[in-house]
Design a protein around this ligand. Structure first.
Ligand code: AMP
Ligand code: MG
Length: 394
């Protein structure tokens, strides 16, 4: 059987980062920067008031209380300002430019709030309540590096440095196709021998959680020709395809029957549990990567975490590796088949990890109650309670 690392290495050796493109800021959320972003000007671009109050010369506000004359109002957005002379103040609002001559802002709370004459009853230090030019960013500074995923705060600073368009790697568009004649659409009644189709919802959601765009495409069939037709139609809008089911050893395995003869998708046994039957390759004229995951829901999920998620990261120009692990102490004995790496569903709390009840690869409820996968290595078949284990937090 093929080691987990080798399967991932084959995938990462094939999958290419998507080509960068320029997008409007409105479309940039969730994409990954493909350029370093620098500030064209300093931020703040000018000294401005951090509070509503009075712009003063601190030297005029030493012996308090003191009464000073108010020359003008300065609001946020005001441009040409008169300089503040000795014994004078300007009433100033938050965000308004500090007039020349002033070196401190006195908060309105320290005053009688006068409009033409103001009495200040507290001493002020030079620089008080003034936000200095360049205090956040200096002109020419890099504010975001290539390879940064754009979230809300990153969008904020992009706009904050005046960018309208930005060069990014887009979110991969990933089509999810489920196969299986036994599958009924959720929301419809179950016929004899049927189960509700869950993998396409789960995998499309996992794709979105991984920062890509996931689309469910109905391919609930066990007919290889029909599967190929649906795949062909979906390739138009796909940067990658995930299928579930139809890759095992039985009869009616449409994915394998349809793709194996084309010779560009390799079907293999990977030394893991759950998720042994795996397939990966390229399809269509555009060489779209395809991940053919096993149909058991827990197997499909674990396969996604180990193989598809890193590949989606690589497509976005991000570092791609097996999931990070933490160490924890198991609260119960663990069992694993020889020669295969187990990924047991578990609840991780602090430094301890408790396997959940129901480790079958069909036991989706158990998966949904877990928040971690405990790894039991290939050469280990049993671990005692209290053993230290590697854990993948989910
Ligand atoms: P297969 O890999 O097609 O042999 O399927 C393995 C098991 O997973 C079978 O019990 C299927 O009924 C189940 N299964 C396959 N696809 C799905 C799906 N999309 N949703 C829920 N269960 C599935
Ligand atoms: Mg099937």
């Amino acid at each position: 059987m093929k080691p987990v690392e080798r399967h991932l290495a084959d995938i990462l050796g094939t999958v290419r980062p998507l080509a960068p493109l320029e997008v409007d800021l409105e479309r940039a959320l969730g994409t990954v920067l493909a350029e370093d972003v620098t500030a064209p000007v300093s931020l703040p671009p000018f000294d401005n008031s951090a509070m509503d109050g009075y712009a003063v010369r601190a030297g005029d506000v030493v012996n308090v209380p003191v009464s000073l004359s108010v020359t003008e109002d300065v609001a946020a957005g005001d441009g040409a300002l008169r300089a503040i002379g000795s014994g004078m103040v300007a009433r100033i609002m938050t965000g308004a430019p500090v007039p020349a001559g002033a070196d401190a802002v006195v908060p309105v709370e320290w005053t009688d709030a006068g409009r033409t004459q103001v009495t200040i009853h507290k001493q002020v230090q030079p620089g008080n309540a003034i936000r200095l030019i360049g205090e956040d960013v200096r002109a020419g500074d890099v504010v975001l590096r290539e390879g940064t995923r754009i979230g809300a705060a990153q969008l904020g600073i992009l706009a904050g440095v005046g960018r309208r368009r930005v060069r990014v790697r887009p979110q991969p568009r990933v089509v999810v196709l489920s196969t299986g004649a036994e599958l009924a659409e959720p929301g419809t009644p179950l016929g004899p021998g049927q189960i509700w189709e869950s993998n396409s919802f789960m995998l499309a959601a996992a794709v979105r959680e991984a920062g890509a765009e996931g689309f469910r495409a109905g391919a609930v069939t066990d007919d290889p020709n029909r599967f190929l037709d649906i795949l062909d139609a979906q390739l138009l809008r796909a940067d990658a395809v995930i299928t579930s089911g139809g890759v095992s050893m039985g009869a009616y395995e449409p994915v394998k029957e349809a793709l194996a003869p084309l010779g560009r998708v390799v079907f293999e046994k990977v030394a893991m549990q759950p998720g042994m039957p795996q397939g990966f390759g390229l399809v269509g004229d555009d060489n779209v990567p395809i991940f053919t995951l096993p149909g058991n829901p827990v197997s499909a999920f674990v396969s996604f975490v180990l193989f598809v998620r890193p590949a989606l990261r690589q497509m976005q120009g991000l570092p791609a590796t097996l999931p990070e692990t933490v160490k924890a102490t198991t609260t119960a004995p663990l069992h694993s088949p020889p020669g295969r790496r187990s990924f047991l569903r578990a609840v991780l709390t602090g430094g301890t990890v408790a396997p959940v009840h129901g480790q079958g690869s069909h036991q989706l409820a158990a998966l949904a109650s877990a928040n971690a996968l405990v790894i039991v290595p290939e050469d280990v078949t049993v671990l005692a309670e209290g053993a230290t284990v590697e854990v993948i937090p989910l």
